[in-house]
Design a protein around this ligand. Sequence first.
Ligand code: NAI
Length: 461
Amino acid sequence: MPATAVQPTHDVVVLGGGSGGYACALRAAELGLSVALVEKDLLGGTCLHRGCIPTKALLHAAEVADAARDAERFGVRATLEGVDLPAVTRYREGVVARLHRGLQGLVRARAVDYVEGAGRLEGPTCVVVGERRLVGRHVVLATGSRARTLPGLDLGDRVVTSDGALRLREVPGRVVVLGGGVIGVEFASLLRSFGAEVTVVEALPRLVATEDASSSAALERAFRRRGITVRTGARFASASEDERAVTVRLEDGTELETDLLLVAVGRAPVTDDLGYEEAGVTLERGFVVTDDHGRTGVEGLWAVGDIVPGPQLAHRGFAQGIAVAERVAGLSPAPVADALLPRVTYSDPEVASVGLTEEQARAEHGEAVETSKYSLGGNGRSQILGTQGFVKLVRVAHGPVVGVHMVGARMGEQVGEAQLVVGWEAHPEDVTPFLHAHPTQNEALGEAHLALAGKPLHAHN
Ligand code: NAI
């Protein structure tokens, strides 16, 4: 593809203002580059407006509802009168609006040329937005992802993806969640807390199937205790609607009648009709193929975030965006390693992990793999909170910890230390000299390493 003769208007033009795109724009501006950031909807993208932030606000409201419902267990007299979804929505929107304003302020403060409108690539260096032609020395593609649906499913008021679930005005009586991945499990959890009868339908043999099998099993047990029906190994066949309800048919012939069908079967990259292939970009099943540094193979054209094959996580997008900005500015950042990404599912209980599952570790290291599981039953803070779960460590025998898997309320907050342990290839003996404050849930991580180093405190050998 010949380089355009047109003079660059900016050092960097970023197409898409979500996590990957805005992180790239902010870092590039910080490094002294002139930057245009193109966004057709709202700065902040899926994560801020339709994903991570609003759903975690809903999950927090769900936790508050559960606390009120279970207050008596702690000797506090309270009754849950109900969940006022429009009021929950106002709280959620308030959180999003504050973060949105903050982000807009950052973009202004770093003098990023923020261009509102739908952009399209015209050749490898030019993004056209309405009347404007933005020509970058470098162009970064960051157009993100959208909810997938299945053939034969017509989205509407009662058949929704996570986008539609955020528009609900009242809590449905019955919900079928199609897909037991991260989104399905988080919505199942919060809708149950809000009082709905919830059934999760998952084609694979277990929920959150990319997690360690023990985490899936613990989540499934906890969900059943919470009255959530879990149907694993169950494939969706079809759905139909009448004025009364939605009927979901599974491949085994089961029919489930429901008030809401929430479809959470994955997210597809947004790369169609944007001029990517014409510019020479290789697409694979719609994803933009890049090297470890985000290079598309076309000179000056980069890609970050959910359009790049791999885990579709906001923190991966941030890191990739920052790394591309630094590389464009002539620095040499380390590639973003998907294998070391911390993962958190914010259901009740939470599931958090980093590194290899036991199964992956055995596939990689054979029999020389040891595991140890520390029950939160021995952790004071978890007992105070009334949560159950564990910290499981996966280690190469006499070697480093290669995986940490945690289940329990709030355990997602512990993934930071877990990431350092795995990322720094620490042996349990490297971790044990560090003290963990008592009584914290963080202590469970310390105790798990003590146990694996052969000197358990509140655990059995
Ligand atoms: P997912 O890929 O995690 O899960 C989709 C599930 O649907 C899979 O388990 C799949 O087996 C199942 N499925 C697909 N077709 C089916 C069928 N016909 N019948 C029954 N089950 C079927 O996708 P999900 O949950 O939609 O999330 C999308 C992305 O968003 C993920 O990559 C996730 O990492 C990200 N995300 C991350 C969050 C977090 O980190 N807390 C929160 C929300 C989303």
